[in-house]
Design a protein around this ligand. Structure first.
Ligand SMILES: NC(=O)C1=CN([C@@H]2O[C@H](COP(=O)(O)OP(=O)(O)OC[C@H]3O[C@@H](n4cnc5c(N)ncnc54)[C@H](O)[C@@H]3O)[C@@H](O)[C@H]2O)C=CC1
Ligand SMILES: C[C@@H](CO)CCC[C@@H](C)[C@H]1CC[C@H]2[C@@H]3[C@H](O)CC4=CC(=O)CC[C@]4(C)[C@H]3CC[C@]12C
Length: 369
């Protein structure tokens, strides 16, 4: 990265900086990266909250752009030292077509890599996903696995397939020569299910619970563990990786890291109740209220309805065969690779993460009134 004079005046580009995770990464960079001179936030949809950031000591540049447009990405990247590529189409509900998911997640990532090469940006951090590993469609459990745990990753769904392809592109680009002759250093972070302030699905569950008179109905057995990680810790990992990629290029280049913290291992629904419970919702049933075969039938029916109604309207409920399979298959990680490679320790304890998330849900409650 540049010479020592420039090293104190870094330019970062964050793609997808206005999304759920992106906003936390942007705010975390401003708080925790003292060498930052300019922060460029590149997103298809810019948030109004960016305005408040423009009064601080770091130059914040908002760029409305599309990662599928190579020239827009290259223009945004010119002169940047580090790019954190978070932008992606997160869709497991059939809202977008497989082609669009591929364009944004795979072609968009290829455009980011080519822009690094063209403009001489040497450090690329990619937000991948646990989904590049699994759960697979066979329902094999991944129990407290780590980055080296063997697992049969078979991707049929467009979202995990696109994330796996994009991650591979990023890792294979490690070592490519960029403009100026230096080598590109890349790595990928794989969050499990992220939760925290701004999480859209948590908001959906909360509103669903309110509509059902303060109740949610258990659909997944308590024994199925689903990995979750607090958004603030995922953001912190991004900041640390971006910082440490230069001094630890030989160790970290081309590596993948699961994102983890001290969040407890629980089923997807029981975990959500850690926040929704204190906000007045109740999860009905100690066991799933419907037999699994009936849930599979309902999920299949939803998929059929989505297909039939597509010419008329977008029907995209939370339950479909894919989301049911993911929610119903144990997938948890237990690793310390990030700690060993770049000294990561979670910035937020479980208690903190929980309290912050509860406060956010409570604020939803008061704004709904
Ligand atoms: N939410 C989760 O539980 C997990 C998310 N991830 C990954 O983290 C990343 C961020 O996810 P979230 O913040 O949850 O999603 P999000 O949908 O809140 O944020 C994605 C951002 O990317 C932007 N974007 C989408 N298409 C774009 C395009 N063509 N050009 C420029 N910007 C575009 C969106 O406007 C949005 O601001 C994604 O890459 C996702 O695959 C990984 C693991 C878990
Ligand atoms: C069967 C329903 C009964 O209440 C519950 C359905 C919950 C699902 C909508 C979610 C369960 C697991 C989630 C996914 C998981 O956390 C991993 C993910 C990683 C990503 O990179 C993107 C999001 C997601 C696919 C996440 C999406 C929502 C679930 C399928």
């Amino acid at each position: 990265m540049a010479n020592s004079a420039q090293a104190q005046k870094l330019v970062y580009l964050v793609t997808g900086g206005c999304g759920f995770l992106g906003e936390h990464v942007v705010r975390m960079l401003l708080q925790q990266e003292p060498r930052l001179h300019e922060l460029r936030i590149f997103d298809l949809h810019l948030g109004p909250w960016l305005e408040e950031l423009k009064t601080g000591p770091v130059q914040v540049t908002a760029i409305q752009g599309d990662v599928t447009q190579a020239h827009e990405v290259a223009a945004a990247m010119a002169g940047a030292h580090v790019v954190i590529h978070i932008a992606g189409l997160v869709d497991v509900f059939g809202r977008a077509s497989p082609k669009t998911i591929h364009e944004v997640n795979v072609q968009g990532t290829q455009n980011v890599i080519e822009a690094c090469v063209q403009t001489g940006t040497q450090f690329l951090v990619y937000t991948s996903s646990m989904e590049v590993v699994g759960p697979n469609i066979k329902g094999h459990p991944f129990y407290r696995g780590n980055e080296d745990t063997p697992y049969e990753a078979a991707h049929k769904h467009p979202y995990p397939r696109s994330k796996a392809l994009a991650e591979r592109l990023v890792l294979e680009a490690n070592g490519r020569k960029v403009q100026g002759g230096l080598s590109l250093v890349t790595c990928a972070l794989r969050p499990t299910g992220i939760y925290g302030e701004g999480h859209q699905i948590m908001r959906d569950f909360y509103h669903q619970g309110l509509r059902l008179g303060g109740r949610l109905f258990r659909a997944i057995p308590t024994s199925v563990e689903h990995g979750r990680v607090y958004v603030g810790n995922v953001a912190w990992m991004h900041v640390l990786v971006a910082r440490e990629l230069e001094p630890r290029a030989a160790l970290m280049g081309g590596q993948v890291y699961f994102c983890y913290d001290k969040s407890p291992y629980k089923s997807y629904e029981d975990f959500n109740m850690e926040f929704l419970g204190p906000c007045g919702l109740r999860l009905v049933g100690t066991r799933p209220l419907l037999p699994y075969w009936l849930l599979v039938l309902l999920a299949t029916l939803n998929a059929l309805l989505q297909w039939l109604l597509r010419p008329l309207l977008l029907y995209a409920p939370l339950l479909n065969p894919y989301t049911l399979a993911v929610a119903n298959t144990t997938f948890t990680v237990s690793t310390n690779k990030a700690q060993r490679h770049f000294g990561y320790e979670p910035l937020f304890s479980w208690e903190d993460s929980r309290t912050r998330t509860i406060r956010w849900v409570q604020a939803l409650e008061s704004s709904a009134r």
